[in-house]
Write a protein that binds this ligand. Structure first.
Ligand SMILES: [Zn+2]
Length: 183
């Protein structure tokens, strides 16, 4: 499996990974045929749908399901999907919870802001306890992703315009937690 086109977080020196324990969020819906999407209200996510200051805040409303966000972000394409499930688009890396400083970012919102795909979790998915890492938001990797995402746009000025707009909209959205717009 090649990740040649994508400098991984390890290669780029993701020097301070945060580790989480995630646990089973399997939901038993009465009429589940075995492949049912989880209900929106069963997804654990930051209550403001933007960020959570720490995992407890994300946990607050979730009494029984998880102590951890349901969704994560693919570090290659930045689609979102069930945390620690392999990205269906790239098939290389798993969706990981995204941290920025002390915050957990809402992966569903990230995909929404970028107009990216969001893979809904299945109710019957079993997630065993496991130790795993989160990915840190990094400005340079974020810009690289935008470059890849829009590389099909041939007109260079148009491509730059779109990338700059997406970059600025995104970083402005998270400016309240200290994200800088460096472009
Ligand atoms: Zn992906």
């Amino acid at each position: 499996m090649s990740t040649d086109t994508h400098p991984t977080y390890e290669e780029q020196g993701n020097t301070n990974p945060i580790q989480y324990i995630i646990r089973d969020y399997c939901k038993k819906y009465p009429n589940d045929q075995g492949d049912q999407n989880i209900n929106e209200e069963d997804a654990a996510r930051p209550t403001n749908h933007k960020w959570a200051k720490d995992r407890l805040e994300a946990e607050e409303k979730r009494k029984t399901v998880v102590g951890f966000p349901t969704y994560g972000t693919c570090s290659i394409c930045w689609n979102s999907g069930p945390a620690y499930k392999k990205c269906i688009k790239c098939g290389v890396v798993e969706y990981q919870v995204v941290n920025f400083r002390d915050y957990i970012l809402d992966s569903q919102k990230i995909a929404e802001l970028l107009g990216n795909n969001h893979e809904v979790a299945k109710a019957n998915r079993l997630q065993h306890w496991l130790r795993t890492e989160a990915m840190r938001f990094r400005d340079d990797l974020f810009k690289m992703m935008l470059g890849r995402k829009h590389k099909h746009i041939e007109d260079e000025q148009e491509r730059k315009r779109i990338i700059t707009k997406e970059y600025r909209d995104f970083t402005a959205f998270y400016s309240e937690i200290g994200m800088k717009t460096l472009m």
